[in-house]
Design a protein around this ligand. Structure first.
Ligand code: APR
Ligand code: PHB
Length: 392
């Protein structure tokens, strides 16, 4: 079997790359270990930067997003009993769009299948080899158990943090940078009318909380918890009770509407970067190369930027035969990746209660938030990072 670009993983990175390559007339094959239903039902974050929205629109993927996505012109930050708004449009001229990542994935899968893409779900025993030769190869078993070797010009490792591509790079060729946080988020999706038009990030003595949404009827909520939190100890009543406490604001703040909980899960927090994002003819993109903690919602947006840079570099490669642009891929992406790492780590450190923090450190957090709300410059800095920094 042969293809031009072999893509491991059908998350947003792999699927969008395959779509962008198709628009450039480049053939690809996508291999995914999970089922289509699993990938389409996996609930993740849901904030799209303006640049992500523009790219989806420009490449014909925006039809449902334009109908169902919610444009948010700012966010709220609540601490010490008060709510403060940061107005993105006023500060940057841009907004963000709330549209679930799994909705983006559904739109991508529909578009790829409509175009007759080679998209294989439920493959098994995926392995990559010959990465520093002109014929890098992906071996896998298809869903019927038949063995295949897919010979490619280039492989895109879009298989997330736990995938097989990054570990296939020989020891010593990558430098890994990592920070683990002593925190996690307990997230729920609930049938409940949003109490606010925009997100509310809460710094609270009982721990961080986040109010978000997916539609005018569906609310998405998160509570800071321990990384090893046992969900069995969190019946619905306890979750609502804790959310009510942490989200309680001033008298004007509406009380959270409780409703059936549709989905529950714990998200751990990590900052991670592997450098460079290339070895020979293997290119890593999205979570395979870097992870951000979810505070700030940068993960999907970084994956989208990576694959748009990679698709352009591959188009240049096929047009000219030159590796020049492909060889710049990693450095081009990493400059922006590191700024998003900085921003996500800052949002995380500022808004959570860290076990072991002294009263001094807690006072500094409050001062940081107070400074943010009293400084136009600080608000502008948050806003321009939140709506998305330019690539270059
Ligand atoms: N072979 C094939 N597919 C694999 C393998 C493997 N060995 N290992 C993992 N995968 C698949 C996973 O099942 C998943 O569908 O690769 C896909 C990777 O997708 P994501 O984890 O969604 O990563 P990515 O496409 O880079 O998207 C980044 O996801 O985690 C969020 O916050 C992150 O929003 C960001 C986005
Ligand atoms: C979400 O809606 O899931 C969400 C929003 C903002 C974040 C993280 C997650 O920072």
């Amino acid at each position: 079997m042969r293809t031009q670009v072999g893509i491991v993983g059908a998350g947003p990175a792999g699927l969008l790359l395959s779509h962008l390559l198709h628009l450039q007339g480049i053939e690809s094959m996508v291999l995914e270990i999970r089922s289509r239903e699993y990938v389409e039902g996996r609930i993740r974050a849901g904030v799209l930067e303006q640049g992500t929205v523009d790219l989806l629109n420009e490449t014909g993927l925006g039809e449902r997003m334009r109908r169902e996505g919610l444009s948010h012109e700012g966010i709220n930050i609540r601490f010490a009993g008060h709510t403060h708004r940061i107005d993105f449009v006023d500060l940057t001229g841009k907004a963000v769009t709330v549209y679930g990542q799994h909705e983006v994935v559904k739109d991508l899968i529909a578009a790829r299948l409509k175009a007759g893409a080679q998209l294989h779900f439920e493959v098994d025993q995926v392995g990559v080899s010959d990465l520093d030769t002109p014929a890098p190869t992906i071996r896998f078993l298809d869903r019927d158990g038949a063995e295949h070797a897919l010979v490619c010009d280039v492989i895109a490792g879009c298989d997330g943090f736990h995938g097989v591509c990054r570990p296939a790079i020989p020891a010593g060729r990558l430098t890994m940078y990592e920070r683990e946080y002593p925190l996690a988020w307990l997230g729920i999706l609930a049938e409940s009318h949003p109490i606010s038009h925009e997100l509310i990030y809460v710094y609270h003595e009982r721990g961080f909380a986040l109010f978000s949404m997916r539609s005018p009827r569906i609310t998405r909520l998160y509570l800071q918890c321990a990384p090893d939190e046992d969900l069995a100890l969190w019946p619905d009543d306890r979750i609502w009770d804790e959310l009510q406490r942490r989200l309680a604001g001033d008298e004007e703040t509406p009380i959270l509407q409780e409703g059936p909980i549709l989905q529950k899960g714990v998200t751990t927090m990590r900052s991670f970067v592997a450098e460079p994002m290339q070895f020979g003819r293997l290119f890593l993109a999205g979570d395979a190369a870097h992870i951000v903690p979810p505070t700030g919602a940068k993960g999907l947006n970084l994956a989208v930027t990576d694959v748009s840079v990679l698709a352009q570099a591959l188009a240049a490669f096929y047009a000219s035969g030159s590796f020049e642009e492909l060889d710049r891929y990693s450095a081009t992406c990493l400059r922006r990746v590191w700024k998003a790492e900085r921003f996500s780590a800052w949002m995380t450190s500022t808004l959570h209660r860290f076990p072991g923090h002294t009263p001094f450190e807690q006072r500094v957090q409050l001062a940081e938030l107070d400074y943010l709300m009293s400084s136009h410059a600080a608000q502008k800095s948050l806003a321009e990072n939140y709506v998305g920094l330019p690539l270059r």
